[in-house]
Design a protein around this ligand. Structure first.
Ligand code: SF4
Length: 406
C-alpha cells in the first residue's frame, strides 16, 4: 500500500503506461511569437480585470513572457494536448491529464503549477502534487462537459438505488475525466480510476473483485472497453441520470440483474461528432489511409476504425509512422492540427471536416494566462484549485489502485 505522495509518485514513474508517454515531454525555450488578436471573453470568468479584456496579441505575449521571467523556476506551466496553439507556445510540458499531473509532481522545485487544461485535470494535479505546491487554473470556467454529466449527487443516488434494488457486487469505476469527489467515492467504495489507455486492464481488476461494474461518466469508453473484454451489448445497460429517483435509471430490475456493466449516460461532445460515414469518405479519398480514433467515440466508429487509443497513443502512433503514410484521426482538432504540422512528411487530417475544438479547453485564452501569471509574479494567488484533504485522501486510494494494475 502506498502511503505518501512521494511513494505514489515513485510508483507512477515506474508505470509502463506513463513511461511510454514521456516522448511527449516538450521541455523547451519559451516561444514569444505574437498571438492572434482575438480578445478574451470576460463572461467566461467574470472577475478577470477589465484591463485584460481588450489586450492585443503582442501585448499579451509580452506580459506572459515578462511574468514567466520574473517567476523563473518557481512556476511551471502545463498544457493539455487539446489546448490552443497560443497557449501551448507558453507551456513547459504538454501531454494528457495524468502525465501532466505526474510532471507537475516531478517538478517539486516549482511552487506554482499553472494548469492549462480543464478543472478535473487541475484537481488531479493538486491531488498528486506535493503539499507545498499550489495549482492554478487560468480560467475557472474551463470545465469538462462530460465530467459535468456525472454530478456527484446523481452518482450517489444511483449507488443507493442499486443497493436498495438488491443489485450487489458492484465495483464503481470512474474515468480520469471526473470530479475529485467521484474519484474519492470510488476509493471509498472499493472502486478504481481508469484512463483511456488502461481501461481494459482496469475492467479485469474490477471483475476479480465484483460481478458488475458501474462505469462513469463516459458510456462510450465504457461500452468500447466492455466489447474489448468480450462483454456482449445485451450484458451492458445504460443508466439515465436525468430520470427521477426510483426509475432505476430507465432499466428494469431484470436488465440490471443481467448486466455486467452499467454505463452512465455521459458522453464527450467532441468525440461524439465522429461518424462511420466520415471514415468511409476518408477511405474513398485515400485508399491507403489508416484511421485512428479515440475510444470516447461511438462504438460503431471505433469498430470501423483501424485502431483506437488515448491521445498519447495517437500522438506516439503518428510520430512513429512511416514517412509518406496517410492518417485520418478522430480526436480534438487542436491535437490533430499540431500533429499535421509536426509531421510534414506524412498526410495527417481530421476525420470531421467541420472543426471540432473542445469548447471548454478553448476558454484558457492567453488573457487569462497573462492575468494569473501577473498575479503570481506580484505574490497573489488567484484561481487556486485546492481539493479538500478528506476528498484527496480517498481519491488517492482509487488512483493507487489504478497504478497497481499491470
Ligand atoms: S474533449 Fe471532451 S472529455 Fe476532453 S475535456 Fe473536452 S469535453 Fe471533456
Amino acid at each position: 500500500m502506498v502511503t505518501t505522495t512521494k511513494e505514489l509518485i515513485n510508483l507512477i514513474t515506474e508505470t509502463d503506461l506513463l513511461n511510454e508517454a514521456n516522448a511527449c515531454t516538450t521541455d523547451r525555450t519559451l516561444d514569444t511569437t505574437p498571438l492572434s488578436e482575438e480578445h478574451a471573453f470576460a463572461f467566461w470568468q467574470k472577475d478577470i480585470p477589465e484591463a485584460y479584456w481588450n489586450l492585443g496579441g503582442t501585448q499579451l505575449a509580452n506580459r506572459i513572457a515578462e511574468a514567466r521571467t520574473k517567476l523563473g523556476d518557481r512556476c511551471v506551466v502545463l498544457g493539455h494536448h487539446y489546448q490552443r496553439e497560443d497557449i501551448i507556445q507558453f507551456t513547459d510540458y504538454r501531454g494528457d491529464s495524468f502525465n501532466l499531473a505526474r510532471w507537475a509532481a516531478d517538478r517539486g522545485d516549482a511552487e506554482f503549477i499553472v494548469f492549462c487544461g480543464v478543472h478535473f485535470m487541475a484537481e488531479a494535479a493538486d491531488i498528486l502534487s506535493q503539499p507545498h505546491q499550489k495549482v492554478v487554473l487560468p480560467n475557472m470556467s474551463a470545465g469538462c462537459s462530460m465530467a459535468d454529466m456525472a454530478e456527484p449527487d446523481d452518482v450517489y443516488a444511483c449507488w443507493d438505488e442499486l443497493q436498495e434494488a438488491g443489485i450487489t457486487g458492484v465495483i464503481p469505476i470512474t474515468y480520469m475525466n471526473s470530479a475529485a469527489s467521484l474519484k474519492a467515492f470510488c476509493g471509498h467504495n472499493g472502486g478504481i480510476v481508469c484512463t483511456s489507455s488502461n481501461a481494459p486492464k482496469v475492467y479485469d481488476w474490477a471483475f476479480e473483485r465484483g460481478s458488475k461494474l458501474l462505469f462513469f461518466p463516459d458510456q462510450h469508453l465504457g461500452r468500447n472497453t466492455g466489447i474489448k473484454r468480450g462483454i456482449g451489448l445485451e450484458e451492458m445497460s445504460v443508466w439515465d441520470y436525468n430520470l427521477p429517483y426510483g426509475s432505476l435509471g430507465g432499466n428494469t430490475l431484470e436488465q440490471l440483474e443481467r448486466s455486467k456493466v452499467i454505463l452512465w449516460k455521459g458522453h464527450c461532445s467532441v468525440h461524439r461528432r465522429f461518424s462511420v460515414a466520415q471514415i468511409e469518405k476518408a477511405r474513398e479519398q485515400y485508399p491507403d489511409v489508416t484511421v485512428v480514433v479515440h475510444p470516447e467515440c461511438l462504438m460503431e466508429v471505433v469498430q470501423a476504425a483501424d485502431m483506437d487509443g488515448s491521445t498519447e497513443f495517437i500522438t506516439k502512433t503518428i510520430t512513429n509512422a512511416e514517412p509518406g503514410s496517410v492518417w485520418a484521426i478522430g480526436t480534438e482538432i487542436n491535437l490533430v492540427s499540431r500533429l499535421a504540422r509536426e509531421n510534414p512528411d506524412k498526410t495527417v487530417f481530421c476525420l470531421d471536416p467541420v472543426v471540432c475544438p473542445c469548447a471548454t479547453m478553448y476558454r484558457i485564452h492567453p488573457a487569462y494566462l497573462a492575468w494569473t501569471l501577473d498575479e503570481l509574479a506580484e505574490g497573489r494567488v488567484v484561481n487556486l484549485v485546492d481539493v479538500p484533504e478528506e476528498i484527496a485522501k480517498h481519491a488517492k486510494v482509487a488512483l493507487e489502485r489504478m497504478l497497481s494494475v499491470k
